[in-house]
Write a protein that binds this ligand. Structure first.
Ligand SMILES: [Zn+2]
Length: 497
């Protein structure tokens, strides 16, 4: 943990040195999915970004408690507290219980996260599992005069809050402009100001997801659950809050107001937001007709895709862009990512097989040792600079060049100090596996199969049956594998073209 990380804090708009409140413990909360439809690629990016944050902090030795919620109630169609509950609407549409919708899309979400090798959070709480706690927080806000009841619903009083605080500081919105905004939306008359937001909504007769409360039979406002669950599991103040940048306003702004309003403390030290995913330069969206689901990408069945791309290709693709930049998805970019991923995984195989061979006749190459240590340093520097995976990846490929030069025998390992060699090998392996979370994708029992055929290939070579040698090579090529004739043995690798 001697590594000093800097994190860009949306709240201060600056890169800041990361100093957890109670090291080595780190509390991190990320807004999870609203489980009313299949998770889309933009969400996958957000969750992969924070998986990398989780992985890297853990890698450095921090004890991270990572909380990511499941929104299973209260997320209405419109940010203005209007429209139907997204889950209830889908349930009606498909003639299912809301909890069947929740179950279906929660399972889909977890399956996709699993295929992308995103680690499970430490706690994955649901909004419906925390209704009592939400009622309690509303009560406290009412007691403090920061909320008011109107016709069975309870709203947060933003202008009251703003007498002492600054609503809008995270997103940079101006309160006057927000107040002056559209006023006469349907059903907004209950609010004192249109900028006020719902903490509790009285359920209309047809609304099926409903709970008893002191104010009405109803349901909690969407923003409330995150304040309640983050403070319950991470404390009134915690280190990192993450989410997609589209959540900055109003969702995260409301979270700050609820946290400060209830506990008189800034709830979050570092606000981190991941940028959008675009496709062929356009914003991805259902209405634009260019939204691709992860499973469509993995199967290759979408008209915008020229082939299937594996989960690890997608993961590698996401690592190539810094999380605060927009990331553009295209066939060309994905194909390049596929090559990059295979190269990196081939490197992993090589790095694992590498052994240091002592040789007194070889002189240590000081310059090479220094080069390698400086490459390793550049990988950490990339990650420490606001989790810049793009820079770290470039460093990894530089390191791989050195690893490969030893693997091919062009550089004897004895030119390195034993310690440099160890660091090189360990850094490469641990970054691929633990930090980047990339795993080898292969059909089952492929190894066994390959070994058997390689034996035959070796026999053919020994008996000078070159026709057979060529035929075997050609067959391997077809399944994307190349054979490598090494001194005294045959090895194989994924074809990088
Ligand atoms: Zn949230």
């Amino acid at each position: 943990m001697d590594q000093q990380i800097k994190i860009y804090n949306t709240l201060t708009r600056k890169k800041e040195a990361f100093k957890p409140l109670n090291p080595p413990y780190v509390g991190m909360y990320v807004c999870g999915p609203t489980v009313y439809s299949y998770v889309h690629l933009g969400n996958c990016r957000t969750f992969t970004v924070f998986d990398i944050v989780y992985r890297y902090l853990s890698f450095l030795g921090y004890k991270v408690r990572y909380v990511r919620n499941i929104t299973d109630v209260g997320h209405l169609e419109s940010d203005a507290d209007e429209g139907e509950d997204k889950i209830a609407k889908k349930a009606k549409l498909e003639n299912l219980e809301p909890m069947e919708i929740v179950q279906r899309y929660t399972l889909d979400f977890r399956a996709v996260m699993g295929r992308l090798n995103n680690l499970s959070p430490s706690i994955e709480p649901t909004a419906t599992g925390h209704i009592m706690e939400q009622i309690k927080m509303i009560q406290e806000l009412l007691n403090k005069g920061l909320a008011y009841e109107a016709n069975g619903s309870v709203y947060f009083d933003v202008s009251k809050y703003n007498e002492q605080n600054h609503y809008g500081k995270l997103s940079g919105r101006k309160i006057d402009e927000l107040m002056a905004g559209q006023r006469s939306l349907d059903g907004q008359e209950e609010k004192r100001n249109n900028v006020d937001f719902a903490l509790w909504k009285k359920a209309s007769p047809e609304h099926i997801m409903r709970w008893e409360s002191p104010w009405s039979t109803g349901f909690p406002g969407w923003h409330l659950e995150c304040s309640v669950m983050s403070s319950k599991y991470l404390g009134e103040q915690f280190d990192i809050h993450g989410g997609g940048m589209d959540l900055q306003f109003p969702h995260h702004e409301c979270e700050i107001a609820q946290g400060v309003g209830t506990y008189d403390k800034e709830p979050v030290q570092y606000w981190m937001h991941s940028n959008m995913l675009t496709i062929n330069g356009q914003r991805m969206g259902k209405s634009v007709g260019n939204a691709i689901l992860p499973n469509e990408l993995f199967a290759g069945n979408h008209e915008l895709l020229s082939q299937a791309y594996s989960p690890m290709t997608l993961r590698f693709f996401m690592l190539q862009t810094h999380y605060r930049s927009t990331m553009d998805l295209s066939n060309d970019a994905l194909k390049a990512a596929e090559r990059g991923y295979k190269k990196m995984i081939n490197g992993l195989k090589v790095a694992k097989s590498l052994e240091y061979v002592e040789d007194a006749s070889v002189e240590t190459d000081e310059k090479l040792n220094k080069q390698i240590l400086s490459i390793i340093h550049s990988i950490y520097r990339g990650m420490n600079d606001d989790l810049n995976t793009a820079v770290a990846l470039a460093g990894m490929f530089n390191l791989l060049k050195k690893i490969n030069s030893i693997y091919t025998g062009s550089v004897p390992s004895a030119k390195l100090d034993k310690e440099t060699f160890r660091q090189m090998q360990e850094t490469y392996i641990r970054f691929v596996e633990e930090v980047f979370g990339l795993v080898e994708e292969k059909p089952e029992n492929l190894d066994l199969l390959i070994d058997t055929v390689i034996e035959e290939y070796q026999n053919a070579k020994e008996t000078k049956n070159y026709e057979r040698v060529d035929a075997i090579r050609a067959e391997f090529k077809k399944i994307g594998i190349v054979l490598k004739d090494m001194k005294g043995k045959v090895d194989w690798a994924y074809d990088e073209v």
